[in-house]
Write a protein that binds this ligand. Sequence first.
Ligand code: ZN
Ligand code: ZN
Ligand code: FE
Length: 752
Amino acid sequence: MQRLAIHIKGIVQGVGFRPFVYNLAQRYQLTGWVLNNSQGVQIEAEGPFQVVSCFVEQLRISAPPLAVVDEVLVTPCSLLGDKEFIIRYSCEQGQKSAWVSPDVATCPACLKEMNDPRDRRYRYAFTNCTNCGPRYSIIKDVPYDRAATTMSAFPMCVSCQAEYNDPTNRRFHAQPNACSACGPAYSFLTKAGEQIPCDVFNETRRMIAAGQIVAIKGIGGYHLACDARQEQAVSALRNRKIREDKPFAVMCSSVKVIRQLCEVSEEEELLLTSSARPIVLLAKKAGYDLAESIAPGTSFLGVMLPYSPAHWLLLADDDVWVMTSGNVSDEPIVYQDEEALDSLGNIADYFLMHNREIFQQCDDSVVRMVSNQRQILRRSRGFSPKPLTISQEIPPILAVGGEAKNTFCLTRGSFVFMSSHMGDLENLTTYQAYLAAISHYKRLFAIEPTLIAYDLHPEYLATKYALDLAVPQVGVQHHHAHIASVLAEHRIDEQVIGVAFDGTGYGADGTLWGGEFLVADYKGFTRLGHCKYLPLPGGAKAIKEPWRMAAWVLYNLYGKEFAAFDIELSRNLPSGWQLMMEAACKGINAPITSSAGRLFDIAAGILGVCHAIHYEGQGAIELEWAGQKQCGQVLPYTISQGHPYILDFMPTFAAMTEALRRGIGSDFLAACFHVTIADATVAMIRNIRRDTGIRKVALSGGVWQNKIVLEKVFGMLQQDGFLVYTNQLVPPNDGGLALGQAVVAGACIRER
Ligand code: ZN
Ligand code: ZN
Ligand code: FE
């Protein structure tokens, strides 16, 4: 006989781990106990020597689907001769280090019950079990027990309690367990907040079918929903939400419906149906018949499948609904009821609300497939706060992230806990949510950072926040952080050629970088090349109005005569443009940037594809749409010899302008532009390989969300024998910065 104390670390709470241990112990006829504590799951098991060893082995290999067993610590202890094996109540002790599971989409077993008229959970909108349901969004504290969640407001009825107590039941210790007799419920309200007695789901369906907009409370916040086939409803939503043309995501009732609208590969279907249930960006196909204003100017549509029981009750048959985050303009997603009525009351006609509190808001995640690899554009619901594992242990670090699409992260040992998507910090409510989320994460994961990593940009709010903390700090250059995020994901601990292409980031020399060729590892980087510096006429305004940089380029190439050219850009110049160009040439109110992202704006401006930018990356997205309709050819560009290599696309812009004047179509030229960017990028990388012998290439930064350029560069580099790495676990945009900041700061500390 032997008795072992077994300590299991990982995602082992809220995923049915104790029932699993209990059942396993019963099967092996062992005695002892299991409990959740703040460090994970603790077990003591007693029985015949061989049997106990088998039991430990099974704990590792047959854990429940949502569990992630990270560590199993086993210590022998003296025999106690218990009579049975029991589940003990959780106890609070020692340092908290438990993990928290992300929210999980409704599982097939629960769905079956909901669709069965004889089942007591028939059409119950909060059905869940140990394998599915809300987690992160309802957890207030660890250890994860009902009392520490927002379900504590709903005492279980006798039937639910019996399931909860029955070790053989699928709902044994399922913390959000509920039924219509005891659990939360939905209600349907007018926008004035008056409850309307009705069959809430049918009434919502009826209103949506009638072209109305309904605010629907879900798992991580509110959605604004309307019928995706009614142009009038969709454009009303756009107007009221003050969102000019940034694409909306839709929800479809099945993959079959999605296939009628979009191309769906095997990998994309796996993403759609995964338990994280993200929004997947898919290519629209012939037969696409949704309202024009859902995703104007792009060939992609963001689509997701139902992920909460309520979604399944709402969407049926051929339904396609717009399901966009419930917020005004760029504010964070609304998740509290009063706030919803207050701020969404001007957008929604009706409200479908429920009375379970959302403790932590969480947006839908956005993913896509590029070059047969997963690319995450927004990492939130279903993913966070599941930790990433890096190759080395680093001290507890808080990396505060960047400004736009902010996420932060906390580290412990070799684990990185990335926050969910925060948004743009320049928005006050977002910044407040950011501060609240940092404290929540610190408490939840029991991490008190001893080091702060921040971006060098002095105007980023996250940077200002970091510099105010009384904890040692490490500043990390923006593009170094982008490249380091790829290294961290792929656990590469050597120098690579890093190509960081993005909008802009603060350079080590105080200028705005964004088209960078670095040789980098965690510890540091050398800037071996970059795109040629160009001015931003009018400063930040040039980012919103792409014609400014485009006009500067043509002014520089042709002088003021270009205003007489028979092209879109020249026809649309506003008065006073000439003064602005002259000022820019003298460097007045025209900071310079090596940004690769801005090159796409310039091309979009010259080709007349996009005049005003209403959301980040719009110029590039509309240019990509134009560019993928045809095959392009490489236009001229130059690379200066000697370090750093300067990549100059002025000849490209000249060639595009000449061609445009000869009447060549802008779609073809958009395609040429993409091919040229890809060709030039690869030429730069070859130069650097020649100089350094490095064959590993890391690509990061928001520009790599451009599918045409990424696929071209990826393909060419692979053919050339390079090993190419991209972001697959965190976004290539600034949503992935925090990971890079953390590993760079960790390496700096090791060096010291
Ligand atoms: Zn379930
Ligand atoms: Zn109940
Ligand atoms: Fe960036």
